[in-house]
Design a protein around this ligand. Structure first.
Ligand code: SAM
Length: 262
């Protein structure tokens, strides 16, 4: 147990995660802004702007993509490249995959508001796909993906090792795995403040804004249970990835891990 809260048994985790994200889907974006003080936008910008280089004509998969934040950044990045190469004749694909149809639906609506569904004229095609990160075999063939991203998603997956193996399976040789996730805060004094904030403030914001204290309590707990930087790096290596490295952002509140499939 962590701070007296009960850990969710493995066989119940997936069901519970599904319920959490069904409950929060409508308020998801607002809650992210409130809880992180909009920092999540900066982390996602850094993820796609600094650590990911999608190429036009490629297929990019964003797993646990939720309401599309990361996929939209990838699409934007690709669109700029297409505008610079108007006669390439290539189509780039961005696939948003998530286990929860409610989250995807919010994302799809957002993409319409942002006019992203019209970007096909610019050569960028966006697809939405329901699927479990642990097993994408029904929809995503082996070695078919140029880049795999997952942001704030992998800690929700019941078997993290399976999800990383699955990432390895779908990637083409040379393809990049890139994961943004909450991680371990350092130094300790800051971690104490962060723990206090997470366990006392976040569930309260969840209560007031989303009328859902428990979902946000789960989220905080799941963050504490996720392996720290070095251990997660080892898990990515164990799945067969090479050149595995990580960068801690904001004192390790989050970390970006990447690896290459050879
Ligand atoms: N990537 C988005 C972002 O950064 O805003 C969404 C992150 S949200 C915190 C976590 C997402 O993981 C939810 O949309 C949830 O439905 C999804 N998820 C949970 N378990 C999953 C699984 N086993 N396979 C795929 N997606 C899953």
């Amino acid at each position: 147990t962590h701070f007296g809260y009960k850990t969710v048994p493995e066989h119940e985790k997936q069901k519970m995660v599904h319920e959490v994200f069904r409950n929060v889907a409508d308020k998801y974006d607002l809650m992210n802004d409130l809880m992180s003080g909009t920092m999540h936008r900066i982390w996602k910008d850094q993820m796609i702007g600094d650590h990911y280089r999608p190429q036009i004509g490629g297929t990019y998969l964003d797993v646990a993509g939720g309401t599309g934040d990361v996929a939209f950044r990838i699409a934007e990045y690709l669109k700029r490249q297409h505008l610079n190469a108007p006669n390439s004749g290539l189509t780039s694909r961005v696939i948003v995959s998530d286990i929860n149809a409610n989250m995807l639906e919010v994302g799809r609506q957002k993409s319409i508001e942002l006019n992203l569904h019209k970007w096909e004229h610019h050569g960028v095609k966006l697809d939405w796909l329901e699927g479990n990160a642990e097993d994408l075999s029904e929809t995503i063939p082996d070695r078919s993906i140029d880049g795999y991203t997952i942001a704030f998603g992998i800690r929700n997956v019941t078997h993290i090792d399976k999800a990383i193996k699955e990432a390895h399976r779908v990637l083409k040789p040379g393809g990049q795995f890139l994961c943004l996730e909450f991680s371990q805060v350092y130094p300790i004094a800051l971690r104490q403040f962060y723990d206090w904030y997470s366990f006392n403030i976040i569930p309260k914001i969840g209560q007031v804004v989303a009328n859902d204290h428990d979902s946000y309590q789960y989220l905080v707990e799941s963050i504490r249970q996720f392996p720290p930087q070095e251990r997660f790096k080892q898990m990515i290596q164990d799945a067969g990835f090479k050149n595995v490295r990580y960068t801690s952002l904001t004192f390790g509140v989050v970390a970006l891990h990447s690896g290459i499939k050879l």
